[in-house]
Design a protein. Sequence first.
Length: 526
Amino acid sequence: MAWRLFFQATLLIAVLNLLSRVLGLGREIAIAHQFGATLATDAYLVALTIPSLLFMVFAQALATVVVPVFTEYKTRGETREAWQISLNVANLLVVVLAAVAALGILAAPVLVRLMAPGFEPAATELAVDLTRILFPLLVFSGLATLFSGFLNANNIFGIPAFSGAVNNLVIIVGALTLGSLYGIHGLAYGTVLGMVAAGLVQVPSLYRAGFRFRPGFDWRHPGVRKVFNLMLPITVGIAISQLYVLIDRVLASFLAEGSIAALNFGNRLIQLPIGLFVLALSTAVFPTLTTWAAEGKRSEVLETLARALRIVVLTTVPAGVGLIVLRQPVVQLLFERGAFDERATAMTAVALLFYSVGLVGLAANILLTRGFYAFQDTRTPVKLLAVNVTVNLVLSLALMGPLQHGGLALASSLAALVNTVLLVRYLERLLPGLWQPAAWLRFGGGVLVASGLMALAVHTADTALAGLVPPGSAGLALRVTGAVTVGVTVYTVSALLLRLEEIGILLRAFGWLGGQLLNNITRHGR
């Protein structure tokens, strides 16, 4: 019964995430069309990195700890106190982020020189202008993320997932309208407006759930103190994790023009399967994990987390393999138009190739970290990330020479896989039995065999279709769609023949979704 409920929530979030991710691709396509992999795009991405990094550090840390603390109070029947904590945290967040944004605007020249020391003067000047436009994004993105945390803590998942679609839609409109009128500066203004919209769309649901806006905050409330005590190590951990981005941006600023943009576009594609399913699953499971952890039900936490982890491996390994095989036509289909030329396609395909190697690690790490947070252990992931950033930096310096920007992508992937191994090892101390070598080797071997058969089928189908379809976007769409369809079919059949239990869970979940849709259609037809 629990897994049925998890998958109902997961599929709801996944459907809405699909809309958001499709629009997210549309956003990247619009940016690529308008500006390509050029100096202007590099400057915009550097300017966006700085407020985004601070947002990840402060807002996401708060949103993460709010869920288990809110759940703890609600489980004890203290719902009113839970909302009081949420109000205090939200008001404090606005004050802190507004102050940080003001300082960031003043310090923009210094920040850009630190972020992109390899930039030419013209690129540096442009990045400074864009940084000053984008820094207010910090306040709005912080509130939007915190609102999502409050709603998720109340098992409301649809609106938070939908807010991402609203954000991307506004940015697309901004890129095509303001971008046409004011160039890359117009895109920056549209990016800020997108996050404003993502926050506002959640306010009605937040109000219905019980949240009420009032000024002021109470530092002495024990729940508030607990939130910030838990938040401190997460803040450090997220800051360390964002060093991956900083390392890539700083080192890529010394490489060929468009390297930062190519890494960004490649990373956006690799985030698609993560955002579509893995984030949906971890978001749906997390409140229940925190409740069971608070109630001391470790066996239920272990069973649920282990099953979720196998499902993540089952879905992301073939996704990574498929992106490796189809990297060139996928990038061509999505981005090669307007200012995005063949050179940009080749650079982005290289980044996508090496990012795909670490896709399973990136996805698994999200779920494993949530396992620690469910037990309010926010320190262990931080320690492991500190080790991992060092690994990433060493690998980046070693690989960027022979592989250029591809070396930076490969370093990130290998570091993510190292982090997965460390997270599993230390999480097993909280949940003995999470790592069962024989069972995981059998399961992992089956996934690799099925993925290998899929890769062969996808390559064969892609080669055949390349000679049959007409040139242009329509032909590319047919080629990619046909190859993906063949790949999904071969992988599913192979997984069933290899008796991978989790493929049956997924198929039953999708069958349930299809039944629900059919029932709705039948009901409306009457």
